[in-house]
Design a protein around this ligand. Sequence first.
Ligand SMILES: CC(C)(COP(=O)(O)OP(=O)(O)OC[C@H]1O[C@@H](n2cnc3c(N)ncnc32)[C@H](O)[C@@H]1OP(=O)(O)O)[C@@H](O)C(=O)NCCC(=O)NCCS
Length: 392
Amino acid sequence: METKNIGLRNIEVADTRISSIDGEKGKLIYRGYDILDLTKKSNFEETAYLLLHDELPSRRQFDDFKQKLAAERTIPKRVQENMGNWRKDADPMDMLQAFVAALSGYYDEEFQDKEASYGRAITLIAKVPTIVASWERIRNNKDLVHPALELSHAANFLYMLTGKKPDSEIEKIFDICLILHADHTFNASTFAARQVASTRAHMYSAASAAIGALSGELHGGANYEVMKMLLDIETVDNVEQWIKSSISKGEKIMGMGHAVYKTYDPRAQVLKELSRKLADRTGDPWFEITQKVEQVTIDEIKKQKGIDIYPNVDLYSASLYYMLKFPMDLNTPIFAISRVAGWAAHIIEEKFAEAAPKPALYRPKAVYVGKYCGPQGCEYKPLDLRAEAKID
Ligand SMILES: CC(C)(COP(=O)(O)OP(=O)(O)OC[C@H]1O[C@@H](n2cnc3c(N)ncnc32)[C@H](O)[C@@H]1OP(=O)(O)O)[C@@H](O)C(=O)NCCC(=O)NCCS
């Protein structure tokens, strides 16, 4: 009998206090706070603190956390020199995964200790943007831009990437993007992080596994694929024909559909408005094209399959990031810059949760549907007596 639990859909594997999704109502909650409220009132640093510590910080705690994050932004010169040895066309996600894992070679890892893990979390959240920005500068043969301690997390990343300090509107837009992407319960990358953490492997190892999971096009890689699609479509007038033809070929429209949300993803709502706002400022056509992609996909899937489909977080982040002038292949690493806060919180929860039931080493069961030659097992023939193997 084949498994019914494909992709672990709806299987509860652990308790978490970090975030929750109501897929029917389209709500995302971080530690009890509605994401929509946080995007209006909070900032990335405060949200990261909340995710890690289960409470909003006092003024003193906030200032201290922000200062620690800023102080940890630099990465070892040897890491940057090492990046210079990579192929300039290497995928930034591969580079990020490798150098996050490599951080353990530069920093001690007291991974059995909860307090030390909070320190590692700060190191990780602070350094991921620097790794991404450094790679962007190195691969374009540009001088590195050192982190500016006085800038916010959002502004500093934009500064390290371009060498220019962003204006307050752009800083705020990007800060909201970081809040929106910071956590999302047991998505594929977070689950990968927790699974590795459940073996008691250290934080950098668990985070690098998460980066590998995020890189795939059905997860974080979707926003890159969305932008490729928009560029291919080119104009609003081409949308209808392009989308209908893709759906009729059985292809998935990237940025549409979600495994949990059965209504509008709340993050997509906010990103849609930010994309609209930026398009008004820049005059770019990408918001309008994306909006049409949304509408045609909804109509076409309804017509063909009779089901409702909605945009996910990647649909409008693609056009937004393009208008922010991020190189397209940095879309997913930029997702990681934010999500690393959630990963770190989940890694700590996975290792140190005190309330019962405590997390255990993940070890799901598989349903074997392979070769069966009877109760004695298959006969092992000597190498020279075997026929040519049939392989797919
Ligand atoms: C995210 C995703 C994997 C969710 O999958 P899911 O909840 O398992 O949904 P299903 O694949 O069961 O979809 C149900 C039906 O809608 C269709 N569908 C779902 N998303 C679709 C999309 N983006 N484009 C076209 N059709 C889609 C499926 O083909 C399926 O039809 P079928 O029953 O005839 O096979 C899927 O929507 C997808 O691949 N989206 C595009 C990639 C993407 O944007 N990923 C980022 C997620 S945050």
